[in-house]
Design a protein around this ligand. Structure first.
Ligand code: SF4
Length: 308
């Protein structure tokens, strides 16, 4: 353990704080977190925290979700600029105008959206439970799905439901190159391709397994295969390798990058151990939401958590 990691743990204890980290955080942060998980696991965990402070090492909408489900806690983020192309690509005013075109539709939003978008939502979902959430909605009820069009297309194919989609996407998952992926697979023909449903349809079509972050971790653990090509943010490889030390994990190649095969979310990687230490020390930046937003945004999140 480094000196900085040790200092964070000492400060954390002194301040009665917990560190929640997403699987896409850098290795050093995952190593000292109290809990590491995907969006669904983190929102469930955040709701049960009884420490005074939650330091959320992830992107901003995730920290907002922690505040919504546990509003009496002080929620800190290492860097306010840790955004998300899905959340940022769905601004409230444009979304309101979009919803006005479909007044009879139920609104299902992927958890990767801002607190304000959640206030306009009937039910939230994550990639772990999206199919289950859609299945709770009566067949004759039209649905809007936002903000991820790729996850939406995947859900249309999986559930057979006809949904109106918001045109958003994840810059990381859209960056995978099918051509390079196929080339890589030819070189590793015994490998299994695993992909996150935020990836484009053509990537999902060649994958042996499509699922959420925790779903992919479970699949790799349970599979008898020894090699895997992983089409999601490269941060997950830390936990995957930890759980499967003897298996070979190969990050799926991206379209742009010819020097490095991995696909990293620049937003997630804005957080560093030093920023984590600084935010715990100064108790800034803090996630602040109005009572009205918390109250309204909690309703669709609780509907999702009840389904789980
Ligand atoms: S990987 Fe994509 S969906 Fe996840 S935080 Fe980064 S931009 Fe958002």
């Amino acid at each position: 353990m480094t000196e900085l990691q040790q200092s964070i743990l000492t400060l954390k204890k002194k301040k009665n704080a917990v560190i929640l980290a997403h699987y896409y955080q850098e290795k050093g942060i995952q190593e000292i977190a109290d809990f590491v998980g995907d969006s669904l696991q983190l929102s469930q965990k955040a709701a049960t925290v009884d420490a005074d402070i939650i330091v959320f090492a992830g992107v901003y909408f995730m920290a907002e979700t922690a505040k919504i489900v546990n509003p009496t806690k002080k929620v800190l983020v290492p860097d306010l600029k840790a955004g998300c192309s899905l959340a940022d690509g769905c601004p409230p005013d444009a979304f309101k105008a979009f919803l006005a075109q479909y007044p009879n539709h139920k609104v299902v939003t992927y958890i990767n959206c801002t607190a304000e978008i959640k206030t306009l939502t009937d039910i939230v979902c994550t990639s772990s439970n999206a199919k289950r959430v859609i299945d709770t909605i009566p067949l004759d009820q039209p649905i809007i799905f936002a903000p991820d069009k790729n996850l939406g297309k995947y859900l249309i194919a999986e559930t057979g439901r006809d949904m109106v989609l918001w045109e958003g996407s994840c810059i990381v998952h859209e960056a995978f190159s099918l051509e390079k992926l196929v080339e890589l697979y030819k070189l590793n023909p015994t490998a299994k391709i695993v992909a996150h449903p935020e990836s484009e349809t053509h990537i999902l079509q060649v994958a042996h397994y499509v699922g959420s972050t925790s779903g992919m971790l479970n699949y790799v653990k349970a599979s008898e295969a020894q090699e895997f090509i992983v089409a999601t943010e490269a941060g997950i490889l830390h936990q995957m390798q930890f759980e499967n030390p003897a298996k070979t994990l190969i990050p799926a190649p991206s379209k742009e990058d010819n020097t490095c095969a991995c696909s990293e979310c620049a937003f997630m990687k804005i957080n560093t151990l030093q920023k984590l230490y600084d935010c715990l020390l100064s108790e800034q930046p803090e996630v602040l939401l109005s009572e009205e937003v918390i109250e309204k945004a909690l309703i669709p999140i609780e509907r999702m958590l009840a389904i789980n």
